[in-house]
Design a protein. Structure first.
Length: 114
């Protein structure tokens, strides 16, 4: 993406004001690990520690959901997303939905008072 909107989990950007609210934007992805990957991750659980195969899956899913949310915001004409969050749910055994969402807005710098 050429132009990337400002994104924050906060409800505003210091020194900027919202001039237009464009609504909720979201990016959704549904992912599962292959049988081989699931077997590898299961073996990692026996050893303990970070289950890197599942970590990679989660990071990829979050990244994809985030990119889809950004695309949605840009399509609406937003230059920022406020109150951005992630959520995840298991939709079937071994299948997870990841959603990135927030409020698409147009912001501009606050003008100093004269």
């Amino acid at each position: 993406m050429d132009i990337h909107p400002w994104i924050t989990t906060a409800d505003r950007f210091e020194g900027y004001r919202v001039v237009r609210y464009l609504g909720v934007v979201r990016g959704v992805t549904v992912r599962s690990r292959s049988m081989i990957g699931t077997l590898g991750a299961t073996l990692q659980t026996v050893i303990g520690g970070n289950i890197t195969l599942f970590t990679e899956l989660c990071e990829h899913a979050r990244s994809e959901a985030y990119d889809l949310m950004v695309r949605h915001a840009l399509e609406l004409g937003a230059n920022a997303v406020l109150a951005m969050r992630y959520d995840a749910n298991e939709v079937a055994a071994g299948v997870a939905e990841v959603i990135a969402y927030g409020t698409a807005v147009v912001i501009e710098p606050e003008r100093p008072q004269a």
